[in-house]
Design a protein around this ligand. Structure first.
Ligand code: ATP
Ligand code: MG
Ligand code: FE
Length: 341
């Protein structure tokens, strides 16, 4: 079974081909990072225009690499929510064009489910499990039951982790995106340099805006006093605090729900400290931590195709998974609020 995945929810135009839900024949990603860097973040209007410019070439290359033609494609999976609406609509419209021309059914996919299912491409996942979703726009603890139902049990009340990494990096002049830079700086700094108060929020919820502000305020104070400090120390204090919080809450959730597996998902799952610290902390409790390889953590279309594969696999009637040519994009939609489409 061949699924063609299409992802365009933010600033990556990606098209992938996967076979039988396990084999990635191609996963072509055209990133716009260099373009948005200049503005310190993604500019929605520019993102949409770039998707339109690139998407046909990304498809051509992806098919070529997979050594297939559109005639070999059984299903088209496309991200329809959540994301930048203009960006989403480019991928959706492109999927509709292909679907209409070649008579291939469309399976709409929730982007965050895609991030989670990236794990299924590389691991034999045991359900039920807890997934910590940490990305540019999301921070959630999700319980996934044996039947692949997604139940949100905690979320950020303000900023997402990736967003606060990017914000802190921007203020400290470290460039965009901030996550990978802060990841590297952590090992050159002292995580005890600045003591940051952890926010008091309910058990499985998060709040990162206060932590972000503490970092920005410290930097401002030092600038006002004309005092120098080592940016690595501040970055390490920031990341150390954030990762402690993520690990503790996720571990508590796994223990409470009595699961044996924790799955990391989303762009921040690429963070080396989060991966190692969570693995270390859970080992004592006999809980296994899994995460996707680096390339599958950030936005890509293979994960979208994989989510569609499981949507098909778990439905009694495959037509229930299909969308018509009236499929629309949805800018914000909680994973647990998604209706079976
Ligand atoms: P969402 O998935 O919520 O819609 P998004 O698609 O924009 O948001 P992703 O592509 O999943 O987000 O992830 C991008 C984020 O991951 C950025 O905020 C980036 O800084 C962060 N990130 C990438 N690599 C790392 C890393 N090594 N450490 C920490 N953060 C990282
Ligand atoms: Mg991106
Ligand atoms: Fe994403």
């Amino acid at each position: 079974m061949i699924i063609l995945g299409i992802e365009s929810s933010c600033d990556e135009t990606s098209i992938a081909v996967i076979k039988d839900g396990k084999e990635i024949l191609s996963n072509n990603i055209s990133s716009q990072i260099e373009i948005h860097k200049e503005y310190g973040g993604v500019v929605p209007e520019i993102a949409s225009r770039q998707h339109i410019k690139n998407i046909a070439t990304v498809l051509e290359e992806s098919l070529e690499q997979a050594k297939i033609t559109l005639d070999d494609v059984d299903y088209i999976a496309v991200t329809y929510a959540p994301g930048l609406i203009g960006a989403l609509l480019v991928g959706i419209s492109f999927a509709k064009g292909l679907s209409y021309a070649k008579n291939i059914p469309i399976i709409p996919v929730h982007h965050i489910k895609g991030h989670i299912y990236a794990n299924f491409l590389e691991h034999d996942v045991e359900l039920p499990c807890i997934s910590l979703v940490v990305s540019g726009g999301h921070t959630n603890i999700i319980y996934i039951d044996e039947n692949h139902n997604f139940i949100n049990i905690g979320e950020t009340l303000d900023d997402a982790v990736g967003e606060s990494c990017d914000k802190v990096a921007r203020v400290l002049g470290l460039g965009y995106p901030g996550g990978p830079v802060i990841d590297k700086m952590y090992y050159k700094g002292d995580r005890n340099f600045l003591k940051i108060t952890k926010p008091k929020v309910s058990r499985f919820d998060f709040s990162f805006s206060g932590i972000k502000t503490a970092i920005i305020n410290f930097d401002n104070n030092m600038k006002m006093k004309n005092q120098e400090y080592k940016k690595e120390d501040l970055a390490a204090s920031f990341l150390g605090t954030v990762v402690d919080i993520l690990c503790d809450k996720t571990l508590d959730a796994a223990v409470e729900k009595n699961v044996k597996t924790i799955m990391l998902a989303g762009g921040v799952a690429a963070n080396s400290l989060l991966r190692s610290q969570l693995t270390e902390k859970t080992a004592e409790k006999g809980i296994k931590v899994i995460y996707p390889s680096m390339k599958l953590c950030t936005d890509n279309a293979a994960m979208i195709a994989e989510a569609a594969y499981y949507k098909l696999k778990n439905s009694k009637n495959e037509e229930d998974c299909f969308a018509g040519l009236d499929l629309n994009g949805v800018a914000s939609l909680m994973v647990s609020d998604e209706k079976a489409m």
